[in-house]
Design a protein around this ligand. Structure first.
Ligand SMILES: CCCCCCCCCCCCCCCC(=O)SCCNC(=O)CCNC(=O)[C@H](O)C(C)(C)COP(=O)(O)OP(=O)(O)OC[C@H]1O[C@@H](n2cnc3c(N)ncnc32)[C@H](O)[C@@H]1OP(=O)(O)O
Length: 210
């Protein structure tokens, strides 16, 4: 049987890390769909309900999966990550992040949810990598004006545990450009407290690189 999700492996004919092509596909409720799934993810991580409730929830979600399955499309056709009118471009994968350019910096707000919980109130360390790849990737792309880059390395320093369910501040900038290499760093703060610092190398892709 064909796995429709393998369509996501289709390569762009031009190669490279292609910037998102804006779309309004999915209509007025696409943002609500993504927000609802995020809420669902939080519920699945926090639920402590009777077996019958779990059975009913699983049945309902199976129903949604059956509804959506015939429409699985590759990454170039799906609106995921291309709804530039929506938070996080309608990309369910990302840690919720809102940014804007402030001169030669990228600043904004990030918020971890129950879904991102590691243990004992702290966000899972891997989700910090997820956040910083997005934040520093955006920073490299926007501040250099060249979106065709990929992360070569990402170094994270965990300074303090990152709380969930709280608006936190991000700040990032370009430290150095050396030919194709763009060195970027940033941090995540809770007020005056630095929670996480990261630095990364993004390499501008040559034509034909995937
Ligand atoms: C315009 C506005 C648009 C706005 C709208 C933006 C929206 C858009 C935002 C996107 C924000 C998300 C961005 C996520 C981006 C991913 O997450 S990409 C996924 C994770 N990364 C990957 O999968 C990359 C896998 N690796 C590779 O593909 C290749 O290793 C790379 C990174 C392309 C480099 O390979 P290459 O081109 O063959 O490079 P190579 O010639 O070996 O090295 C070039 C230089 O870099 C150095 N280098 C390479 N790798 C390393 C390393 N790991 N450590 C140290 N040095 C290294 C080399 O030593 C060399 O240095 P020099 O000799 O030139 O001094």
């Amino acid at each position: 049987m064909r796995d429709a999700h393998n369509g996501a492996m289709a390569r762009h004919p031009g190669g490279g890390f292609n910037p998102p092509e804006p779309t309004r596909k999915g209509g007025p409720d696409y943002g609500r769909l993504v927000a609802a799934v995020r809420t669902l993810q939080d519920h699945v991580r926090s639920v402590d309900a009777p077996d019958g409730v779990i059975t009913r929830a699983a049945d309902l979600i199976d129903g949604v999966n059956t509804l959506l399955a015939p429409y699985a499309a590759d990454e170039w056709a799906s609106p995921s990550g291309r709804r530039t009118d929506l938070p996080n471009r309608g990309n369910l994968l990302t840690v919720p992040l809102t940014t804007s350019r402030a001169g030669d910096r990228i600043t904004g707000t990030a918020r971890f949810a129950r879904y991102h919980l590691g243990r004992n109130g702290a966000a899972h360390g891997g989700t910090l990598g997820l956040l910083f790849d997005s934040l520093l990737g955006q920073t490299a792309a926007i501040l250099t004006g060249s979106p065709y880059q990929r992360t070569a390395f990402l170094h994270i320093d965990y300074r303090a545990i990152v709380p969930i369910g709280k608006d936190l501040q991000v700040d990032a900038g370009v430290d150095e450009i050396d030919g194709r290499k763009v060195f970027v760093s940033g941090r995540l703060c809770d007020g005056d407290t630095v929670l996480t610092e990261a630095h990364a190398l993004f390499v501008r892709l040559k034509p034909g690189q995937p």
